[in-house]
Design a binder for this molecule. Structure first.
Ligand SMILES: Nc1ncnc2c1ncn2[C@@H]1O[C@H](COP(=O)(O)OP(=O)(O)O)[C@@H](O)[C@H]1O
Ligand SMILES: [Mg+2]
Length: 222
Protein backbone atom coordinates (compact mmCIF):
# COMPACT_ATOMS: atom_id res chain seq x y z
CA UNK A 1 0.00 0.00 0.00
CA UNK A 2 1.24 3.47 -0.84
CA UNK A 3 1.57 6.35 1.61
CA UNK A 4 1.79 9.86 0.20
CA UNK A 5 4.43 12.51 0.47
CA UNK A 6 3.66 16.02 -0.67
CA UNK A 7 5.69 18.97 -1.87
CA UNK A 8 3.93 22.31 -2.22
CA UNK A 9 5.95 25.14 -3.77
CA UNK A 10 5.02 28.79 -4.18
CA UNK A 11 1.31 27.95 -4.23
CA UNK A 12 -0.93 30.91 -5.01
CA UNK A 13 -4.67 31.27 -5.00
CA UNK A 14 -6.96 34.29 -5.25
CA UNK A 15 -10.70 34.69 -5.54
CA UNK A 16 -12.50 37.45 -7.41
CA UNK A 17 -11.16 40.13 -9.73
CA UNK A 18 -10.28 43.83 -9.58
CA UNK A 19 -11.27 45.64 -6.40
CA UNK A 20 -12.90 42.58 -4.88
CA UNK A 21 -9.90 40.35 -5.46
CA UNK A 22 -8.83 38.42 -2.35
CA UNK A 23 -5.37 36.87 -2.31
CA UNK A 24 -5.93 33.85 -0.09
CA UNK A 25 -2.66 31.94 -0.55
CA UNK A 26 0.35 34.12 -1.36
CA UNK A 27 3.02 31.56 -2.18
CA UNK A 28 2.80 28.61 0.18
CA UNK A 29 5.81 26.31 0.58
CA UNK A 30 5.26 23.11 2.51
CA UNK A 31 6.77 19.63 2.50
CA UNK A 32 4.93 16.74 4.10
CA UNK A 33 6.65 13.42 4.62
CA UNK A 34 5.20 9.95 4.16
CA UNK A 35 3.04 8.96 7.11
CA UNK A 36 3.24 12.38 8.70
CA UNK A 37 0.16 13.71 10.49
CA UNK A 38 -0.02 17.45 9.94
CA UNK A 39 -2.39 19.87 11.64
CA UNK A 40 -3.21 22.99 9.65
CA UNK A 41 -4.42 25.78 11.91
CA UNK A 42 -5.31 29.42 11.40
CA UNK A 43 -8.13 31.89 11.94
CA UNK A 44 -11.44 31.58 10.17
CA UNK A 45 -10.97 32.89 6.63
CA UNK A 46 -7.20 32.30 6.62
CA UNK A 47 -7.44 29.88 3.69
CA UNK A 48 -7.31 26.46 5.36
CA UNK A 49 -10.20 25.01 3.37
CA UNK A 50 -8.87 26.63 0.21
CA UNK A 51 -5.51 24.90 0.65
CA UNK A 52 -7.20 21.58 1.33
CA UNK A 53 -9.45 21.85 -1.72
CA UNK A 54 -6.41 22.63 -3.90
CA UNK A 55 -4.67 19.54 -2.50
CA UNK A 56 -7.76 17.53 -3.34
CA UNK A 57 -7.77 18.96 -6.85
CA UNK A 58 -11.25 20.36 -6.26
CA UNK A 59 -10.31 23.91 -7.25
CA UNK A 60 -7.88 25.45 -9.76
CA UNK A 61 -4.43 26.71 -8.80
CA UNK A 62 -3.29 30.22 -9.83
CA UNK A 63 0.44 29.57 -9.50
CA UNK A 64 3.01 27.20 -8.07
CA UNK A 65 2.96 23.44 -7.83
CA UNK A 66 1.50 20.66 -5.75
CA UNK A 67 3.43 17.42 -6.15
CA UNK A 68 1.88 14.37 -4.58
CA UNK A 69 4.05 11.24 -4.91
CA UNK A 70 5.96 12.76 -7.84
CA UNK A 71 2.72 13.59 -9.67
CA UNK A 72 2.19 17.29 -10.36
CA UNK A 73 -1.53 17.60 -9.74
CA UNK A 74 -1.50 21.26 -10.76
CA UNK A 75 -0.84 20.12 -14.33
CA UNK A 76 -3.43 17.34 -14.50
CA UNK A 77 -6.58 17.32 -16.60
CA UNK A 78 -9.97 17.33 -14.86
CA UNK A 79 -10.50 13.71 -15.82
CA UNK A 80 -7.11 12.50 -14.57
CA UNK A 81 -7.62 14.47 -11.38
CA UNK A 82 -10.92 12.84 -10.57
CA UNK A 83 -9.36 9.43 -11.18
CA UNK A 84 -6.39 10.33 -9.01
CA UNK A 85 -8.79 11.47 -6.28
CA UNK A 86 -10.94 8.34 -6.45
CA UNK A 87 -7.88 6.09 -6.17
CA UNK A 88 -5.74 7.91 -3.65
CA UNK A 89 -7.58 10.41 -1.51
CA UNK A 90 -9.80 10.03 1.52
CA UNK A 91 -11.60 13.29 2.13
CA UNK A 92 -13.58 14.10 5.27
CA UNK A 93 -15.61 17.30 5.46
CA UNK A 94 -17.11 19.21 8.37
CA UNK A 95 -20.60 18.75 6.88
CA UNK A 96 -20.14 14.98 6.34
CA UNK A 97 -21.34 15.16 2.68
CA UNK A 98 -22.98 11.74 2.72
CA UNK A 99 -25.28 10.88 -0.17
CA UNK A 100 -28.70 11.45 1.39
CA UNK A 101 -30.50 8.80 -0.68
CA UNK A 102 -28.02 6.03 0.14
CA UNK A 103 -27.85 3.98 3.34
CA UNK A 104 -24.83 3.98 5.62
CA UNK A 105 -23.53 0.81 3.98
CA UNK A 106 -24.20 2.08 0.45
CA UNK A 107 -22.33 5.32 1.17
CA UNK A 108 -19.25 3.29 2.11
CA UNK A 109 -19.73 1.00 -0.89
CA UNK A 110 -19.81 3.87 -3.36
CA UNK A 111 -16.06 4.62 -3.63
CA UNK A 112 -15.29 0.88 -3.73
CA UNK A 113 -17.72 0.34 -6.59
CA UNK A 114 -16.28 3.31 -8.48
CA UNK A 115 -12.89 1.59 -8.32
CA UNK A 116 -14.45 -1.79 -9.17
CA UNK A 117 -12.90 -3.14 -6.00
CA UNK A 118 -13.23 -6.88 -5.39
CA UNK A 119 -15.29 -8.04 -2.38
CA UNK A 120 -16.68 -4.52 -2.08
CA UNK A 121 -19.66 -5.47 0.08
CA UNK A 122 -17.55 -7.45 2.50
CA UNK A 123 -15.04 -4.59 2.78
CA UNK A 124 -17.81 -2.04 3.35
CA UNK A 125 -19.39 -4.22 6.05
CA UNK A 126 -16.05 -4.62 7.80
CA UNK A 127 -15.50 -0.87 7.75
CA UNK A 128 -18.96 -0.22 9.11
CA UNK A 129 -18.16 -2.63 11.91
CA UNK A 130 -14.81 -0.97 12.60
CA UNK A 131 -16.59 2.36 13.18
CA UNK A 132 -19.11 0.60 15.42
CA UNK A 133 -22.13 1.00 13.16
CA UNK A 134 -23.04 -2.49 11.95
CA UNK A 135 -26.47 -2.03 13.50
CA UNK A 136 -27.05 1.12 11.40
CA UNK A 137 -26.17 -0.48 8.06
CA UNK A 138 -29.55 0.10 6.38
CA UNK A 139 -30.23 3.54 7.79
CA UNK A 140 -30.26 6.69 5.70
CA UNK A 141 -28.15 9.68 6.79
CA UNK A 142 -31.19 11.60 8.13
CA UNK A 143 -31.87 8.68 10.48
CA UNK A 144 -28.36 8.92 11.95
CA UNK A 145 -26.93 11.32 14.53
CA UNK A 146 -24.19 13.78 13.55
CA UNK A 147 -21.56 11.63 15.20
CA UNK A 148 -22.81 8.53 13.41
CA UNK A 149 -22.80 10.37 10.07
CA UNK A 150 -19.20 11.42 10.59
CA UNK A 151 -18.24 7.84 11.48
CA UNK A 152 -19.80 6.69 8.21
CA UNK A 153 -17.90 9.46 6.41
CA UNK A 154 -14.63 8.30 8.01
CA UNK A 155 -15.32 4.70 6.97
CA UNK A 156 -16.11 5.90 3.44
CA UNK A 157 -12.90 7.95 3.28
CA UNK A 158 -10.82 4.97 4.41
CA UNK A 159 -12.60 2.40 2.23
CA UNK A 160 -10.24 2.75 -0.73
CA UNK A 161 -7.16 2.57 1.51
CA UNK A 162 -6.17 6.11 0.56
CA UNK A 163 -2.53 7.14 0.43
CA UNK A 164 -3.55 10.54 1.82
CA UNK A 165 -6.39 11.64 4.11
CA UNK A 166 -7.58 15.23 3.99
CA UNK A 167 -9.89 16.23 6.84
CA UNK A 168 -11.47 19.68 7.13
CA UNK A 169 -12.63 20.38 10.70
CA UNK A 170 -14.10 16.87 10.95
CA UNK A 171 -15.41 17.44 14.48
CA UNK A 172 -16.53 21.02 13.82
CA UNK A 173 -20.22 20.15 13.64
CA UNK A 174 -20.29 17.80 16.60
CA UNK A 175 -20.66 18.43 20.32
CA UNK A 176 -17.44 18.22 22.29
CA UNK A 177 -17.89 14.68 23.59
CA UNK A 178 -19.04 13.20 20.27
CA UNK A 179 -16.33 15.14 18.43
CA UNK A 180 -13.66 13.73 20.74
CA UNK A 181 -14.90 10.17 20.14
CA UNK A 182 -14.96 10.64 16.38
CA UNK A 183 -11.42 12.05 16.45
CA UNK A 184 -10.22 9.13 18.60
CA UNK A 185 -11.58 6.85 15.92
CA UNK A 186 -9.96 8.80 13.08
CA UNK A 187 -6.55 8.84 14.79
CA UNK A 188 -6.82 5.14 15.63
CA UNK A 189 -7.48 4.29 12.00
CA UNK A 190 -4.78 6.66 10.74
CA UNK A 191 -2.21 5.16 13.11
CA UNK A 192 -3.19 1.62 12.15
CA UNK A 193 -2.79 2.33 8.45
CA UNK A 194 0.09 4.84 8.89
CA UNK A 195 -1.58 7.00 6.27
CA UNK A 196 -0.45 10.60 5.75
CA UNK A 197 -3.03 12.94 7.27
CA UNK A 198 -3.65 16.64 6.83
CA UNK A 199 -6.09 17.82 9.45
CA UNK A 200 -7.57 21.30 9.37
CA UNK A 201 -8.62 22.42 12.83
CA UNK A 202 -8.74 25.51 14.97
CA UNK A 203 -8.79 23.31 18.08
CA UNK A 204 -5.30 23.48 19.56
CA UNK A 205 -5.67 20.32 21.66
CA UNK A 206 -6.69 18.39 18.58
CA UNK A 207 -3.82 19.89 16.57
CA UNK A 208 -1.38 18.68 19.23
CA UNK A 209 -2.35 15.08 18.46
CA UNK A 210 -0.67 15.46 15.08
CA UNK A 211 3.07 15.00 14.59
CA UNK A 212 3.43 18.58 13.31
CA UNK A 213 1.42 21.81 13.43
CA UNK A 214 1.62 24.55 10.78
CA UNK A 215 -0.17 27.85 11.01
CA UNK A 216 -1.70 29.74 8.11
CA UNK A 217 -1.69 33.51 8.46
CA UNK A 218 -1.93 36.38 5.94
CA UNK A 219 -1.68 33.89 3.08
CA UNK A 220 1.53 32.26 4.27
CA UNK A 221 2.62 29.33 6.41
CA UNK A 222 4.26 30.38 9.67
N1 LIG B 1 -15.31 30.16 -3.86
C1 LIG B 1 -14.93 31.30 -3.28
N2 LIG B 1 -15.16 32.50 -3.88
C2 LIG B 1 -14.76 33.66 -3.32
N3 LIG B 1 -14.09 33.73 -2.16
C3 LIG B 1 -13.82 32.58 -1.51
C4 LIG B 1 -14.23 31.32 -2.03
N4 LIG B 1 -13.82 30.35 -1.18
C5 LIG B 1 -13.19 30.99 -0.16
N5 LIG B 1 -13.20 32.34 -0.37
C6 LIG B 1 -12.58 33.35 0.51
O1 LIG B 1 -11.24 32.96 0.75
C7 LIG B 1 -10.86 33.21 2.09
C8 LIG B 1 -10.38 31.91 2.74
O2 LIG B 1 -11.49 31.03 2.90
P1 LIG B 1 -11.35 29.56 3.49
O3 LIG B 1 -10.28 28.85 2.75
O4 LIG B 1 -12.70 28.96 3.48
O5 LIG B 1 -10.85 29.88 4.98
P2 LIG B 1 -10.84 28.94 6.28
O6 LIG B 1 -11.15 27.53 5.86
O7 LIG B 1 -9.46 29.11 6.85
O8 LIG B 1 -11.87 29.50 7.20
C9 LIG B 1 -12.06 33.84 2.76
O9 LIG B 1 -11.89 35.23 2.74
C10 LIG B 1 -13.21 33.41 1.88
O10 LIG B 1 -14.25 34.34 1.93
MG1 LIG C 1 -12.68 26.25 6.39
Amino acid sequence: MMISKINITNLKKSYGVGESKVEVLKGINLKIEEGETLALTGKSGSGKSTLLSLLAGLDTIDGGDIIIDSINISKMSEKDLSQFRAKNLGIIFQQFHLVSTLTALENILLPLELLKSSNAIEKAKNLLESVGLSHRSDHLPFELSGGECQRVAIARALAIRPSLILADEPSGNLDEETGAKVMDLLFKMVHETKTTLILVTHDHDLAKRCSRIVHLEHGSIT
